[in-house]
Design a binder for this molecule. Structure first.
Ligand code: 5AD
Ligand code: SF4
Length: 478
């Protein structure tokens, strides 16, 4: 083992088995209830935030299915309601409080209802204190590091009727071999690493998700192999900063190597990943994207700001020039790359000049799409203490200008695809239609077209005939 290397461990098999024992107990309990009531217990999970949370919710759902719960679309018909929360921006938190308030009435009419809250928000002690005090109808509070303990926590509430709060600091361990129930069959999220070591000065994630922990290559390979056998065609590898993959593992593991290994798995047609931090985007990774036939030509590379001064204040560890240099290198090696980014508008101290540099980078990088955010002050982060907070009016004005520029670029790029044939992985029916199917190109563009059910899960060619800012329409090429 190289000096100073921290080795990520797994939650012990004994501990996992203990949870399976609770799963069995609750399954029995639910069966007894179902016999009496004539219907199975039902759960609903509402997920806030990123894909990582979506993937965590699939794990919660997996455990609940094993416990005999079935999924329920309607909150008011559920016996168990879980909110998997996000705290990256303030409005995500406010939404959760709003929903929690609304649940009081449900609990008043159904005292058997169990309400659980988990996820990133719960890793902040002041949030737990607020929920405990204000939303007394909540039964279970747990965090991001002990998600796998849901069976035990649920069992405690069922057997004692008391509220349980169990939030941990990171233990540096990863729970493997717990059940999972995925929403989709064709595409799947696969988390490859947890946590973040970067401490961007605006961001709460490193405080609530702990330090970087990579799953072992074998575990990831096993999961992807099983997915392939189940008919999954596309995987998206998830991590706050996938480029750090393997740094905490014993041996020579890098994200580029992981991609090369997963590229060999038969049955999987496409591999995507997010998110990459520009400071760690290696040449080797660029070559891996270029060389691996299944790895899609799509890179999500958050720039956050185009001003080197703001980037320094954000603790991003790259300059505008270095970022643009990277983009050039990526485009040189992978000319048909689809590029997307995250941008924060109104970081403390951002001047009009700084903002114009962001517009300049957006123009030069020519992103297919940008996820744009108003800066949100997160207590506990260094940026929250910065006295030069940007006023809301200025922020909103800049936000609109950025959106306008990006929309025009997205439209222009899409326009180049008019009349082109693109490869689409068919995902299913598009919303509110019986005949229009939807899928994505390798560059991650949404394409809608008239199709049939037998095409779902297949790669088809579509000739693009209509352009929109966020999606394309076309006709199947027979
Ligand atoms: N305010 C606004 N946006 C934020 N993000 C992270 N923290 C904040 C914040 N405090 C954005 C970043 C990140 C994305 C997931 O969320 O752009 O890349
Ligand atoms: Fe937050 Fe920065 Fe880590 Fe992304 S890399 S999760 S923005 S601290």
């Amino acid at each position: 083992m190289s000096e100073g290397k921290r080795v990520t461990t797994k939650v012990s098999a004994e501990e996992i088995n203990r949870q399976y024992k609770y799963i069995e107990d609750i399954k029995q309990y639910n069966q007894d209830i179902a016999m009496k009531a004539g219907k199975a217990a039902r759960y609903s999970i509402e997920t806030f935030g990123c894909q990582m949370n979506e993937n965590d919710s699939e794990r919660l759902a997996g455990m609940l299915c094993e416990m005999g719960y079935s999924e329920c679309e309607v909150r008011s018909d559920s016996d168990l309601i879980i909110f998997n929360t996000c705290c990256v921006r303030e409005n995500a938190e406010q939404k959760v409080y709003g929903h929690l308030g609304a649940l009081k009435r449900l609990k008043d009419t159904n005292s058997k209802l169990i309400i659980a809250v988990c996820g990133c928000m719960m890793q902040q002690p002041e949030v737990v204190a607020h929920i405990t005090k204000t939303y007394r109808h909540v039964d279970i509070i747990f965090g991001t590091h002990n998600l796998y303990k849901l069976p035990e926590l649920l069992n405690t509430v069922i057997t004692t009727g008391k509220t349980v709060t169990d939030v941990w600091d990171s233990t540096g361990s990863i729970a493997e071999n717990m059940p999972i129930s995925r929403k989709e069959k064709i595409k799947a999220w696969v988390t490859v690493m947890y946590g973040c070591n970067n401490f961007c000065s605006y961001c709460i994630v490193p405080y609530v998700r702990g330090r970087e922990r990579s799953r072992s290559l074998d575990e990831i390979r096993k999961e992807v192999g099983e997915l392939a056998k189940e008919g999954c065609k596309e995987i998206t590898l998830l991590g706050q900063n996938v480029n750090s993959y393997g740094k905490d593992l014993e041996g020579d593991f890098t994200f580029a190597r992981l991609l090369r290994e997963l590229d060999k798995i038969e049955g999987i047609e496409r591999i995507r990943f997010m998110t990459s931090h520009p400071k760690d985007l290696s040449e080797d990774l660029i070559y891996a994207i270029r060389d691996c036939s299944k790895v899609c030509e799509h890179l999500h590379l958050p720039v956050q700001s185009g001003s080197s001064k703001i980037l320094e204040d954000m603790n991003r560890k790259y300059t505008k020039e270095k970022y643009l240099g990277l983009i050039d290198k990526v485009k040189e090696q992978i000319p048909d790359i689809g590029l997307t980014t995250d941008i924060i508008v109104g970081f403390p101290g951002e001047s009009e000049e700084d903002f114009r540099e962001t517009l300049e980078v957006v123009s030069k990088a020519e992103y297919d799409m940008a996820y744009t955010f108003l800066y949100s002050k997160r207590t506990g982060t260094p940026a929250a203490k910065n006295p030069n907070q940007v006023s809301e009016d200025v922020m909103k004005d800049r936000f609109e200008r950025l959106l306008e520029l990006q929309n025009s670029i997205s439209l222009r790029i899409n326009n180049n695809l008019l009349g082109e044939e693109v490869e689409v992985l068919v995902e299913g029916l598009s919303k509110n239609s019986d005949t229009t199917y939807t899928g994505r190109t390798r560059q991650n563009k949404i394409v809608n077209f008239k199709g049939s059910p037998d095409l779902v899960g297949k790669l088809v060619k579509v000739k693009v005939d209509t352009i929109q800012t966020w999606s394309l329409k076309g006709r199947l090429v027979q």
